[in-house]
Design a protein around this ligand. Structure first.
Ligand code: IMP
Length: 197
């Protein structure tokens, strides 16, 4: 069986490809399958956006499709940047460093620094079957950016009890505690169950 990944991100492809290989299935990106258009992420939740992207690829290509959506949810900012994490600050922020700096500015003087990363993965089959998984990583927004590894908001996301930001962890350490790692592990279980039904 072949699955379409509704993303062209090589890192996501590698992670999901390993899981699907364990299930005896193949994974190709939507571009490799000939689909160049991308779904508009109009959902108000990570779950909705992941499903919108998977459904778009599944309907366009007539094959089972997988998509993910993720982001940072900050309590004191009413859940922002949330589903807009990649686009936080709009045109004025063109890089991860600028978005992270904007977040720190918006958090200035805030005592409540609680936040979480969320990752949702959705899988849609042409016959209507669907499954989805969600993972979370709880932490706090640091007072300044620290660390060089990872990406996005990792340098300002501190793990409780460690004094370290996600950007100060090795990729293996991050995977063991991250929202994406948790979502992937749950997704593997659910997809295995669905395929064995
Ligand atoms: P997407 O799901 O690939 O669209 O990612 C959404 C955005 O959320 C990314 O561009 C990052 O800004 C942020 N994000 C998601 N996961 C992480 C993470 O593990 N570390 C840091 N930032 C993340």
């Amino acid at each position: 069986m072949r699955f379409i990944l509704a993303s062209n991100n090589p890192k996501k492809l590698k992670e999901l490809r390993e899981i699907l290989a364990g299930l005896g299935a193949e994974l190709v990106t939507q571009r490799e399958a000939g689909l160049l258009a991308e779904a508009e992420e109009t959902g108000e939740s990570f779950e909705e956006n992941a499903r919108i992207k998977a459904l778009f690829a599944c309907q366009a290509l007539g094959e089972p499709a997988i998509a993910d959506d993720s982001g940072l949810v900050v309590e004191a900012l009413g859940g922002a940047p949330g589903v807009y994490s990649a686009r936080y600050g709009g045109e004025t922020c063109g890089s991860d460093a600028e978005r992270t700096a904007l977040l720190l500015t918006n958090m200035a003087g805030q005592n409540n620094r609680r936040a979480k990363f969320v990752s949702c993965i959705a899988c849609v089959f042409p016959d209507g079957r669907e499954t989805a998984a969600r993972g979370e990583c709880v932490g706090t927004i640091s007072l300044s950016a620290r660390g060089e590894s990872g990406f996005g908001y990792d340098p300002v996301f501190e793990l409780p009890g460690t004094g370290r930001t996600l950007a100060e962890l090795t990729p293996e350490e991050k995977n063991a505690v991250s929202h994406r790692g948790a979502a992937l592990r749950e997704f593997e279980k659910k997809l295995r169950g669905l395929l064995n039904d």
